[in-house]
Design a protein around this ligand. Structure first.
Ligand code: PLP
Length: 391
């Protein structure tokens, strides 16, 4: 018998995931050792919010025979999100514009499956969230990448304009940005909207803007969030509660259609069809019932900001080159060794785990997750200092 083989597309996906998977091996081997300071992913390093646990407990108790029946997007949960979006964004979101999904991951997958045909190009900026590329490859789309501006991590509109062509179907914008922490300013979003409108007219079909906003509520007090949906009509927003509640293992988020998209009824139906066909991509029942409670909760933002200021201040003082993030829970830092993987392995040998920039297609950088506890920061700072450019 010939060897069993996965589909050809899996080879390309495996290739795109190789840097992440080889680092995961190192991480898995070290992260549970005592005294390790783990700043690699947006994972909780402390116990969950009590309000989160109460909400899950409260809604786990069945109230009728359908409590754990198949769930699509529950109408109460849709209303919670639409109301919140109306107040937050000032746009007339209808509950029907909201699809409940297993996190932003699920929202992106549904958006890709709803909007993209095989061979369609989708543009995003580097350094990116490291899973856009494998997810696009899994729907046979073609990732097209441009770098953000080196001086301020803002979108490079000239590069985006040059990369758009007749096959461009969508542009992904992630703000607040993982990994750079940048929130794109109104002037950038306005210019991007003009560029996309011109290109859509030129090629005779709308170019979709997928606005990936899982960190939209993790904004520091010296910054302000601006959604691309306020500037460009053909926008879909993806969101996740896994960030603001720091519970990424409890999968709930949403995909919302901008109310500015004309004639969007058929798109609403197409989204639900895609969710069903993709393998019932809806969140579990209990999380949907709990959403009204979850919407009111947040991790300690002033505490997060204090961690940002302490780490950014201390690292800058010893010569690390970084831009203080506007939002998210990440610090994006230039590696003192151009070989960021070697640098991160040396930190790992001393019990400090961070993410090499190479995994986000940005060799020469590394990312620190501020979800690490204050105790971890205390213990890791001497190691960061010893590895510093000025040491
Ligand atoms: C930019 C970005 N988009 C989407 C996701 C997926 O979020 P979730 O796992 O909460 O669905 C992440 C997670 O890290 C992310 O950073």
């Amino acid at each position: 018998m010939p060897d069993p083989r996965p589909a050809a597309r899996v080879t390309a996906i495996t290739h795109a995931l190789t840097p992440l998977r080889s680092y995961l091996e190192l991480w898995d081997g070290l992260r549970l050792q005592p005294e390790v300071c783990d700043f690699v992913f947006g994972n909780p390093q402390e116990m969950p919010l009590p309000g989160f646990v109460d909400a899950i407990r409260r809604h786990a108790e069945p109230k009728d025979k359908d409590w754990f029946a198949y769930k699509r997007s529950e109408s109460e949960a849709r209303e919670v999100v639409a109301k919140s979006l109306r107040e937050w964004r000032g746009l007339p979101f209808d509950p029907e514009d909201v699809a409940l999904t297993p996190g932003a991951f699920g929202a992106l997958e549904v958006a890709f499956r709803t909007l993209l045909d095989a061979g369609d190009e989708v543009l995003f900026s580097l350094p990116p969230w490291f899973l856009y590329e494998p997810m696009l490859l899994s729907v046979d789309a073609v990732p097209v990448k441009v770098r953000v501006r080196a001086d301020d991590n803002d979108l490079d509109l000239d590069a985006i304009g040059s990369a758009i062509g007749p096959r461009t179907r969508a542009v992904i914008v992630n703000t607040p940005n993982n990994p750079t922490g940048r929130i794109y300013p109104p002037a950038t979003l306005r210019a991007l909207a003009e560029l996309l409108t011109d290109a859509s007219d030129r090629w005779g079909r709308p170019i979709w803007l997928i606005s990936d906003e899982p960190y939209a509520r993790l904004v520091f007090s010296d910054a302000q969030f601006h959604s691309p949906s306020a500037y460009y009509p053909y926008t879909l927003i993806s969101y996740s509660y896994g960030k603001v509640l720091l519970t990424p293992g409890e999968r709930i988020g949403w995909l919302a259609l901008s109310p500015s998209i004309p004639d969007r009824e058929s798109l609403r139906g197409a989204i639900e069809v895609s969710q069903i066909a993709a393998g019932w991509l809806f969140p579990n029942a209990v999380l949907q019932y709990a959403l009204g409670d979850l919407e009111r909760l947040s991790i300690d933002l002033p505490g997060l900001q204090a961690k940002r200021d302490r780490l950014a201040g201390d690292l800058s003082a010893v010569g690390y080159d970084l831009r203080v993030p506007d939002g998210t829970f990440y610090l994006w830092v230039r590696s003192p060794d151009p070989d960021d993987v070697a640098f991160c392995r040396r930190l790992a040998d001393r019990g400090v785990l961070v993410l090499p920039g190479s995994i986000c297609e940005a060799p020469g950088f590394f990312r620190i997750s501020l979800t690490g506890s204050n105790d971890m920061i205390d213990r890791a700072l001497p190691t960061f200092r010893r590895a510093a450019p000025e040491h």
